[in-house]
Write a protein that binds this ligand. Structure first.
Ligand SMILES: *[C@@H]1O[C@H](CO)[C@@H](O)[C@H](O)[C@H]1NC(C)=O
Ligand SMILES: *[C@@H]1O[C@H](CO)[C@@H](O)[C@H](O)[C@H]1NC(C)=O
Length: 327
């Protein structure tokens, strides 16, 4: 994990393109109930500190808690369930983890809520509706259609969607599992004006991300002058919400979305990366596995052609097999 300096935020936009898709509207799947997880004796007791406040549903807006934000929709529910389970299973203070789910305002929130609560009866969570129309007009039609789902962009509105008393949040995609304590991730220091921490990539060639007209416009291309262009994967982010709000980053991202949408976007990035190919682990300790890109472990497992790494995802799968009739 590298810390990203405050400007430029255009890189955020670039990676929004590398994200996966959502869809579907009803929940046809049945999920098992996860075991209950308990805090270790050393865990802080929430709500004891002075800054503790109540968030809308009566939960504690504690800075000692780990606040996790994820999107929630029917199409990726199986992935979300596995991500939640893996988070709880690997943290020493699972009862101090709060989940903040962002769902499309057009989704059936009570159905999503009851589905999550059925598998995690002890989970502290809240669902926030996201109005798709807030971003639909900003999304480039030339970007591959899977990305057109507005909920993919909800991550850039977290500072507006979540309660103001939340100061820091860990955003997680639904296609990953934690293998380490999420509190380590949540505690990453964001010093020196850093707004967020995310995995950073600096070996991309940005030439093809914009049109020649973009590059010939001094005001736009100067954004890159004397800078090493990097982008970061927005699938795992630690966000300082206060600094985000203070810097007005939501509006800055919208500006760049407009630039890409209406004038300068040459094409979507790469399309289906790694389709049909299995990726391998980098050597060294692994805290988190992220199946970004098109191929999802649950789809390959169902199809009977999993990649080797999918075996690491399988133990967190809460989906009930279709022939199981227990309640
Ligand atoms: C939402 O889901 C609930 C089940 O939790 C169902 O009773 C209700 O009819 C659904 N609402 C809509 C608008 O589909
Ligand atoms: C980046 O890609 C462009 C073509 O899209 C090429 O002309 C340029 O040499 C590349 N730059 C680097 C540093 O590889």
């Amino acid at each position: 994990m590298k810390k990203i300096p405050t400007p430029p935020l255009f890189s955020f936009l670039i990676t929004l393109i590398v994200i996966f898709s959502h869809g579907a509207t009803s929940i046809s799947q049945q999920f098992r109930e996860a075991p209950q997880f308990y805090n270790a004796p050393t865990c802080p007791k929430l709500g004891q500190e002075e800054a503790a406040q109540l968030v809308p549903d009566g939960q504690i807006c504690s800075s000692e808690a780990v606040h996790v934000a994820m999107t929630l929709d029917a199409a990726y529910l199986r992935g979300s369930m596995a991500a939640i389970l893996s988070t709880l299973q690997h943290t020493s203070c699972p009862q101090n983890v709060f989940f903040h789910f962002v769902a499309s305002a057009s989704a059936n929130a009570s159905l999503l809520s009851s589905t999550v609560a059925a598998s995690f009866p002890y989970l502290s969570f809240q669902i926030y509706p996201f109005r798709d129309s807030a971003v639909a007009w900003l999304i480039s039609t030339s970007i591959r259609s899977a990305l057109d789902c507005p909920l993919n962009y909800a991550r850039s509105y977290l500072a507006d969607l979540l309660p103001l008393c939340l100061r820091r949040v860990v955003y997680l995609d639904s296609d990953l599992i934690l293998l380490d304590d999420i509190s380590k991730l949540a505690d990453i220091p964001l010093t020196g004006g850093k707004v967020l921490a995310a995995p950073e990539y600096c070996n991309a060639n940005f030439t093809s991300y914009f049109t020649p007209t973009f590059w010939s416009s001094p005001s736009l291309s100067l954004t890159f002058a004397n800078r090493k262009p990097c982008y970061f994967n927005t699938g795992v982010m630690v966000i300082d919400l206060e600094k985000w709000r203070g810097g007005g980053y939501t509006a800055r991202i919208e500006e760049w979305m407009e630039v890409q949408n209406h004038r300068w976007n040459q094409h979507g990035l790469g399309g289906d990366n790694f389709r049909g190919l299995c990726r391998e682990l980098h050597p060294g300790p692994v805290s988190l596995l992220h199946w970004s890109g098109k191929g999802k472990p649950w789809a390959r497992l169902d199809a009977g052609c999993p990649c080797p790494l999918d075996a690491l995802w399988a133990p967190y799968d809460l989906l009930k097999p279709p022939y199981s009739f227990d309640s």
